[in-house]
Design a protein around this ligand. Structure first.
Ligand code: ADP
Ligand code: MG
Length: 695
C-alpha cells in the first residue's frame, strides 16, 4: 500500500461514511481520515463486567444492561414537564430510567429491547432511578464492538450514534493504520519506551485492557506535550530576538501617574508597575501574565502601560471578553483620564454593536493616530482595525481567549508589548509548563477598606429563608444580584432560569421592589441601560446570568444569591462573588443548591470556607483538571486534546526536558536533522510560522 497523507484524504472515503454522513462529521470537527483517527473517546465503559442492578452503588455513575419491560409517561403537576419512565429489568433487579421533556424517546424504547444505560443511581420513592442516563439500544447480542469488551464512548452529534462511530473508526483503523506517520522522534520513543503511533491509535479506541489504554494515552499525551512545549520554547526564543518599542519614562512621570489617584496604590500594585516599566523599557517585546484576584486592582496596572505608551507617543489597546467588561474598562479609563493628569489622552470604545458609520469614524481615527487608547471586545482584532502605531496591548481574562486571538492582537502593532491579565491564577509548576513563554507578575494584596464577604450555603428547600434574608438586606438600602445558570427555562433541565424568575419576582416575591434583568441575549443598548440603572440605584434587584461574571463593578450591590450553585465551576463562583464586596461595607453571598456528587460538595465547601482566589483556583484545578478549568477550546493550549497537565505532571516534565534540550541546541530549527520536526511544528502551530519568519 502506498503511503497516503491522511490529513489530505476526506473522511467520506472511509467505508460506511459517504457524503451525507461526512457532512454530519463536520459538526464533530472531523473532515479528514486523520481527524477521525484522532477523534478520541471521552470515556470508556467496561462492558466486560456490567453491574447487576441488584448491586449498583447509590450516587455513583454506573453501567447497567437489561430489557425494557414497561414504560410510562405523564405530565408533572409540579413542574408541568413531560416525564418518561422506562423500567429496565436485568433479572437481578429493576431500574427506572427517567427523562424530562423528551417525549420522542417513548418510541425509541420499545418493550422487549435490550438497552445499556449509564448514569448516576439515586433512590426515589423506594426504587432505584437514573435521571437522564446515557443510553444505547443493543440490536444484536453478538455485536462485537459494543458488548463484552471495553467500549469507547465518543462525543456525539445529531445523526451519529455510538455504534456507527465505533464501526466506522474500526474500519478506518483497519484500512489506514499503515499510512499513519510516527511524528515523535525515534530516539525519544525508545528512551521512554513509548508505543508507536499505530499501536497507540488502536489502543486508544479499542483497548483489550486498561493497561494498553493507559500506554496509548501516555504516548499520545507525551507527543502533545512535547510539541506544545517545543512551540512555546521556540516562540519565546524568537520573540525575545525581535525589536519593538523601548518605552522610556522618567521617575517624575511615574510619580505623576501614581499621584493621579485619590487613593494610595497597594505595594503589590507598585511592585508590578515597576516590573512592567522595566520590561517595557527593553526593545524586545514584553509578554507578561498578570495574575491577581478579583478586585485587586489590575485595571489600574493595565492603564499604567497605556500611559507609558502615550508618553512615548504610541497607541495602546485593551481587549476584554464581554461587552459589559469592555465598556466598564472604558468608563473607568475615561474617569482616570478626566480626573487625573492625563487630560490630553483620547480613548475610544469599539464592539461589534457599533453602527457602520460609527465604526468607520473610529477606525479612521485609530488609523490616523488621533486616538490613543482603544478599548473593546473581539471587534478589536477585526480586519478593519488598523493602528498607526500600537506599542502596548492588554488582554483581560486571558482564559476566555485563545492563542490565535492573542497573536492577532499583537500583529496589529510592530512587536508591541503585551500584558495578559487573569483572575484565575494557577500553581507555579503548572504555569511554567503551560505559559513558559511568558513572564509573570502577581498582585497578592487587596486594596484596604474592603468589607468582608460572608458566604452561606442553603438547600433548595430553604428558598423562602433566602428570600427573607434578601428582603432584610434590601431594607438596609443594599442592592442584590440573583444569578441563574440559564436564561430561559429549558426542556432538558429541571432548573430555574433568569427570565422566568424575573417575571415571578415582579409579580409575586419581590413585587414591592424594582427588579431588572440582564443576560447575553440583550442588545448592547439594553445591556448598557440596565447596567446604568443598576449603578444609579434605580434597580434594587438585578436578575442575571453569568454575563455579570467578570468586570461588573457596582459598589452598593453588596448581596448576591447564586441559584443552582452546584452547576457552576469553582472559579466561576468565585468570580461571580467578586461582584460584591466592592464597597466598604460587609457583603453577603448566598449559594442555593444541592451538590449532586462528592466533587460538587467539595466545590461548595471550598467556596464557603475561603475568599482567597489563589486557594480556590488550586482547588478547582485539582477537582476538575485543566481541560474544564480553562475551558477546553478557549485556553491557550487547546492543542492538548488528551494530555492533562494536572494529572500527568511527571510526563509533562519529561516532555519539557526533551523540548528544552532541542530548543537549546537548535533554537530556530535550522539543522538538517530537525527539518522533520520543524514541519510538524508548523503544521500544528501555524500561527508560530509568522513569528519565526518575521524575526
Ligand atoms: P480587578 O483586578 O478585578 O480588575 P479592578 O481593577 O476592577 O479589579 O479594581 C477594583 C476596584 O478597586 C476599582 O473600583 C478600583 O478603582 C479600585 N482600586 C484599585 N486599586 C485600588 C487601591 N490601591 N486602593 C483603593 N481602591 C483601588
Ligand atoms: Mg479586571
Amino acid at each position: 500500500m502506498t503511503m497516503q497523507k491522511l490529513n489530505e484524504v476526506s473522511v467520506r472515503f472511509v467505508k460506511g461514511v459517504g457524503p451525507a454522513k461526512s457532512r454530519l462529521f463536520m459538526n464533530l470537527g472531523i473532515e479528514t481520515i486523520e481527524d477521525l483517527l484522532n477523534f478520541f473517546p471521552r470515556r470508556y465503559e467496561d462492558r466486560r463486567h456490567i453491574t447487576p442492578i441488584a448491586q449498583v452503588q447509590l450516587g455513583e455513575g454506573q453501567t447497567i444492561m437489561g430489557t425494557v419491560i414497561r414504560k410510562a409517561s405523564k405530565k408533572s403537576w409540579h413542574t408541568r414537564k413531560h416525564v418518561l419512565d422506562v423500567i429496565i429489568d436485568d433479572k437481578s433487579g429493576r431500574m427506572a430510567c427517567t427523562w424530562f421533556n423528551q417525549p420522542y424517546l417513548e418510541h425509541y424504547f420499545k418493550t422487549g429491547k435490550t438497552v445499556v444505560c449509564y448514569g448516576k443511581v439515586d433512590m426515589y420513592k423506594n426504587h432505584l432511578q437514573m435521571v437522564s442516563p446515557e443510553y444505547e439500544i443493543i440490536e444484536a447480542e453478538q455485536e462485537s464492538l459494543s458488548l463484552k469488551r471495553i467500549v469507547p464512548i465518543y462525543p456525539l452529534t445529531r445523526g451519529v450514534t455510538q455504534r456507527f462511530l465505533r464501526k466506522v473508526i474500526m474500519s478506518c483503523i483497519e484500512d489506514y493504520q499503515d499510512s499513519l506517520e510516527d511524528e515523535l522522534p525515534v530516539p525519544i520513543r525508545n528512551k521512554y519506551r513509548l508505543y508507536n503511533i499505530k499501536r497507540s491509535i488502536e489502543n486508544i479506541h479499542f483497548p483489550e485492557n486498561f493497561e494498553d489504554q493507559e500506554n496509548a494515552l501516555k504516548r499520545i499525551s507525551f507527543e502533545e506535550f512535547y510539541f506544545y512545549q517545543l512551540s512555546i520554547l521556540l516562540r519565546r526564543v524568537n520573540l525575545k530576538q525581535k525589536t519593538g518599542c523601548a518605552h522610556t519614562l522618567s521617575d517624575s512621570q511615574v510619580l505623576n501617574f501614581v499621584h493621579a489617584f485619590s487613593f494610595e496604590l497597594t505595594s503589590a500594585q507598585k511592585r508590578v508597575i515597576r516590573e512592567i516599566r522595566a520590561d517595557m523599557a527593553q526593545p524586545a517585546p514584553m509578554l507578561r501574565l498578570l495574575q491577581g484576584d478579583v478586585g485587586c486592582g489590575k485595571t489600574l496596572v493595565a492603564f499604567f502601560g497605556c500611559y507609558n505608551a502615550f508618553i512615548n507617543k504610541k497607541q495602546s489597546a485593551i481587549m476584554a471578553p464581554t461587552e459589559i467588561l469592555a465598556s466598564q474598562h472604558y468608563q473607568n479609563v475615561q474617569q482616570m483620564i478626566t480626573s487625573g493628569v492625563f487630560g490630553k489622552m483620547k480613548v475610544a470604545f469599539i464592539s461589534s454593536g457599533l453602527s457602520r458609520t460609527e465604526k468607520e469614524t473610529i477606525h479612521a481615527q485609530i488609523h490616523n493616530g488621533s486616538i490613543d487608547i482603544v478599548i473593546g471586545t473581539h471587534a478589536l482584532i477585526s480586519e478593519g482595525v488598523v493602528f498607526k502605531d500600537l506599542s502596548f496591548a492588554v488582554i483581560d481574562e486571558q482564559h476566555k481567549f485563545g492563542v490565535r486571538q492573542r497573536s492577532l492582537l499583537s500583529q496589529k502593532g510592530n512587536n508591541p508589548d503585551v500584558l495578559i491579565m487573569t483572575a484565575t491564577p494557577i500553581p507555579r509548576t503548572l504555569y511554567i509548563s503551560l505559559y513558559g513563554d511568558m513572564d509573570i507578575s502577581v498582585i497578592d494584596e487587596m486594596p484596604p477598606g474592603r468589607g468582608n464577604i460572608r458566604t452561606e450555603l442553603f438547600r433548595l428547600e430553604a428558598q423562602e429563608q433566602v428570600y427573607a434574608r434578601i428582603k432584610q438586606e434590601l431594607k438596609k438600602g443594599s442592592q442584590a444580584y440573583f444569578v441563574y445558570p440559564l436564561i430561559e427555562e429549558s426542556d432538558k433541565l429541571d432548573l430555574k432560569a433568569a427570565m422566568g424568575m424575573y417575571a415571578d419576582f415582579q409579580k409575586n416575591i419581590f413585587k414591592e421592589y424594582r427588579v431588572g434583568l440582564i443576560h447575553g441575549r440583550l442588545s448592547r443598548e439594553e445591556t448598557a441601560d440596565v447596567m446604568r440603572r443598576f449603578k444609579a440605584q434605580e434597580i434594587d434587584i438585578l436578575v442575571a446570568t453569568t454575563v455579570v461574571e467578570v468586570g461588573v463593578d457596582v459598589p452598593n450591590a453588596s448581596v448576591m444569591v447564586i441559584e443552582h450553585a452546584e452547576r457552576f465551576g469553582l472559579s466561576q463562583l468565585h468570580q461571580l462573588r467578586g461582584r460584591i464586596g466592592r464597597g466598604g461595607k460587609d457583603s453577603l453571598c448566598l449559594l442555593v443548591g444541592d451538590a449532586k456528587s462528592p466533587e460538587g460538595s467539595k466545590r461548595l465547601d471550598a467556596i464557603v470556607s475561603t475568599n482567597d482566589g489563589f486557594k480556590i483556583a488550586q482547588q478547582d484545578l485539582m477537582l476538575r483538571g485543566p481541560g474544564h478549568f480553562f475551558g477546553r477550546h478557549q485556553h491557550g493550549f487547546s492543542e492538548l486534546k488528551v494530555a492533562n497537565p494536572a494529572t500527568q505532571l511527571d510526563l509533562l516534565a519529561l516532555a519539557r526536558k526533551e523540548a528544552l534540550a532541542l530548543s537549546r541546541s537548535d533554537p530556530r530549527l535550522e539543522k538538517e536533522t530537525n527539518q522533520g520536526i520543524r514541519e510538524i511544528i508548523l503544521k500544528r502551530y501555524p500561527e508560530y510560522l509568522k513569528m519565526v519568519q518575521a524575526g
